[in-house]
Design a protein around this ligand. Sequence first.
Ligand code: FES
Length: 570
Amino acid sequence: MERRSSTWFAATGRSGMNHRAWMRSQGFTSEVFDGRPVIGIATTWSELAPCNVHLHRVAESVKRGVWQAGGFPLEFPAMALGETLLRPTAMLYRNLLAMEAEELIRANPLDGVVLLSGCDKTTPGLLMAASSVGLPAIMVTGGPMLNGKYQGADVGSGTAVWRWEEDLLAGRMTEAECAFAEGCMARSNGHCMTMGTASTMASMAEALGMQLPYSASWPAVDARRYETAQRAGQVIVDLVEHDVTPDKIMTREAFENAIRVNAAIGGSTNAVIHLLAIAGRLGVPLALDDFDTLIRDIPTLVNLQPSGKYLMEDFCYAGGLPAVMRELGGLLHTGALTVTRETVGENVKDAPCWNRDVIMPFDQPFQAAGTGTAVLRGNLAPDGAVIKQSAASPHLLKHRGRALVFDSPEAYHQVAADPDLEVDEDTVLIIRYCGPKGYPGMPETANVPLPAKLLKRGVRDIVRICDGRMSGTAYGTVVLHVAPEAAAGGPLALVRTGDWITLDVPARTLSLDVPDDELAVRRAAWTPPPQPAARGWTWLYTEHVQQADKGCDLDFLTGASGARVGRDPH
Ligand code: FES
């Protein structure tokens, strides 16, 4: 079989000379052009993405493995998305990373690709890219940070920040204590070490079969992270030799596995959006409702923050994802293929569990089946909304209250500390115009901190509803991803302060208790917000982004174009 890369490097005449000569400027000997597999290593390294800053070193380990297996590794940068720095939100750029990486993989002389990611959006962005090209691919996520430590106790990245902010607002912590504490949380390389979005998506990549067993949980600074990376370098050469492309691994069965594993690990709601987007690239039929119906018999097994107690380092030492997948047993499609060229069942059949307080047995779970992500519908969310039940307060899962409406998180923050704010524990707090078009980019604004007035009274949760997202490190009774969003004319735009809203999670409904004729009057008076940008990426994004129930991919990026490359002008 002629390699794809050979059409560059084995070409005769000026074309071949051009392709080879400039590569030799890096000091490679001519043997690298002998027809061996050329392996791209897409790295989302950047000092502006602290969670990914060690990926350069991970890439060196991957290269060792590729050389060992007889391949030719070439590292290249892909857009690094640092969750904590990018404004308005890294989510605005996930599709740009996916588009950039797709074109880079396709346009270069590659036979396979290793995807190095870590921070939240880099994992789904690279998987979307690889799915649309279809060359053999394997993912290596960068691994979680070591546990944070403050005053002798573990603190989880992200999750601790939400608590400290509330403690500060409620007067339980001083500014000086907060300043000291923030230096104790993110104390090593790696991504957030709670079961936030980064850990969730790393686990999803493993559950889908796209990264090696245990790869999601080795801490970023653990030698086994680098050993796994080296192994991945060997494996990608094997995948190229056997033409194992992502569509053979990421099948409908693999997505069903991932959705069930996400329920078992108490993973982030962001996985809903990202898995829908990846499936859309592959043409795998997947719907928002699958995230509810497929998990009703899946208990939460993993006792990790933000829903539970422990952190990713503990999860690793307890046995990691293979121990969870073994526990799920026949509830998974154990025959699904993975990058090991073995099945899920073969990969996890002997996986031990070393700590039953971290990874609990199926018959004695951390949280009972039916407490995972629920998909809600009703006249307030005709195309759906989600709620993470395991992070919510049980007494609020059936609730009726009056709306307190804000058209932006900023508008809410301006009054959140007001002691005279008209709010009580029954209030339903609505933060809208935070969807993909509205903010734009669908930021993690849904879990705004409670009004200071309530915090000081000891209230720790109220119902919040938003067309934005919630950080995977956050918690609370928060209805997310309301679709259609307010900026697209969804009914959320028509709610007024004082309206009654009924949330009934067991019945999967979310209702605005306002008569239809009154809603029609309000709709006639509603005007859409102006386009947030007149040019550039933000304009392109807001013109083409799909709603949350479709995964927020751009409409013209769904599907795949394959690996066929354009013409060679040389
Ligand atoms: Fe990068 Fe949390 S900020 S993973």
